[in-house]
Design a protein around this ligand. Structure first.
Ligand SMILES: [Zn+2]
Length: 403
């Protein structure tokens, strides 16, 4: 709940951070083209001081120093992620996309929870609406803008008792028709928030394209488009959090297919030399995968299970949809339709997604047994060694390496 002046200042600070990020990125790119070495964080900070004190951008001096330096840290991390092949090459930031800045020094931050206000350097006391109680000692604060509103998020540190996991082990099969199917038969229907809002979004985008750019009607139309985007994101986040919380609270071990979401959602169109096949079907699948947020779901499961003392186990996805959980027979014929599994060898029948989840659970048990082999720790609640040797035997029969 910032005042008008505070909102203006926050916009300016976010803008200053964006400027510093983009200028530093342009500098690094130019150095690379001239065959010069990339500047490290210290070198960039030195440049920042020059920019702040120079005559070209005197307004940088109005912004708080620490957030500007943190922006350079962000750029460093973007480069590190690129070199480690975790991310694409860093891109220039655009106004209105992820406007944010971060205060790293807890000594400069004051939080008054009872009074619902927070003190930040160069902004003063800001009133806020609370989303949850802050536990522990404040470490850093990130201020961000989304859908025309301002948010701050706190990173805190505190001691917690080592959690004791409860519940057994479960396998999960992720799919399009059912978002997640558990090996015990429970399933979660997909939300597809993007699909539902697609029409509204298209109409709003068309309305915006008819307006004269930068006119006040164009700005209004643009705000509408951004609101719909924010709503889609909120609905998706809410769905993923509810689902991952429910699963992580009731299970000590969750096994999931190690899907390369990035590969699956890679361009289906291919290149001019090697055009893609089934482009239409694949791009449909891509929209669904990205819409459903499997990657984010897995990330949430991972840290929520860790909070509760549980484990997330990723298993290679070979043959999980084609193996009979009863007799171990592997055949594409076992899966007669998308939804139905019927073993051609022993006649076992079940929902195909449940079968996938059961196979994922088995592969996960095997992997977990390998990780703790030699240790006294049991593989998972309710699993005996004899089960494991049977599962392992089944695994090598279907061509998944024994672990
Ligand atoms: Zn069978």
């Amino acid at each position: 709940m910032p005042t008008g002046g505070q909102q203006r200042d926050m916009r300016r600070y976010a803008g200053a951070c964006r400027y510093v990020f983009n200028t530093a990125l342009a500098l690094q790119k130019a150095r690379y083209e001239h065959g010069e070495k990339k500047l490290g964080y210290a070198g960039l900070c030195k440049r920042l001081t020059e920019w702040r004190n120079g005559s070209k951008t005197p307004w940088l001096k109005d912004a708080p120093t620490h957030p500007l330096q943190q922006t350079l840290k962000d750029l460093e991390r973007a480069y590190a992620n690129f070199f480690a092949k975790r991310a694409a090459f860093p891109r220039f930031r655009k106004k209105g996309q992820g406007d944010r800045f971060r205060y790293p020094d807890p000594k400069q931050i004051k939080l008054d929870q009872a009074g619902s206000r927070i003190f930040l350097p160069k902004l003063g006391w800001l009133r806020y609406r609370n989303s949850r109680d802050v536990l522990g000692e404040v470490k850093q604060v990130t201020v961000s803008a989304s859908g025309g509103k301002w948010f701050f998020s706190l990173q805190t540190a505190r001691e917690v008792e080592p959690p004791i996991p409860h519940g057994g082990a479960v396998g999960i099969d992720l799919g399009i028709a059912r978002f997640a199917t558990l090996s015990d038969g429970v399933f979660y229907a997909p939300l597809n928030s993007f699909k539902r809002h697609k029409t509204a979004l298209r109409k709003a985008q068309q309305a915006m394209s008819r307006k004269i750019k930068f006119s006040s009607n164009w700005k209004k139309a643009k705000a509408r488009v951004q609101r719909i985007h924010a709503r889609i994101g909120n609905a998706r986040r809410d769905f993923l959090h509810k689902t991952s919380t429910a699963i992580s609270q009731n299970h000590a071990m969750v096994c999931i297919e190690d899907l390369q979401v990035r590969n699956m959602s890679a361009s289906a169109a291919g290149t001019a030399d090697a055009p893609g096949r089934n482009v239409r079907a694949k791009s449909g699948l891509n929209t669904s995968i990205l819409d459903q947020g499997w990657f984010e779901f897995r990330r949430q499961l991972d840290y929520k299970l860790a909070w509760n003392g549980g484990h997330l186990i990723a298993v290679p996805p070979q043959n999980t949809s084609r193996t009979c959980p009863c007799c171990g027979h592997v055949s594409a014929d076992n899966r007669q339709t998308q939804a139905r599994f019927a073993c051609v060898e022993c006649g076992y029948e079940n929902n195909a997604d449940v079968v996938g989840a059961i196979n994922v659970l088995r592969a996960g048990h095997a992997r977990f047994a390998c990780e703790v082999s030699g240790a006294v720790m049991p593989p998972a609640a309710g699993t005996h060694r004899s089960d494991l040797s049977r599962i392992n035997a089944g695994l090598s029969a279907v061509g998944i390496p024994r672990l």
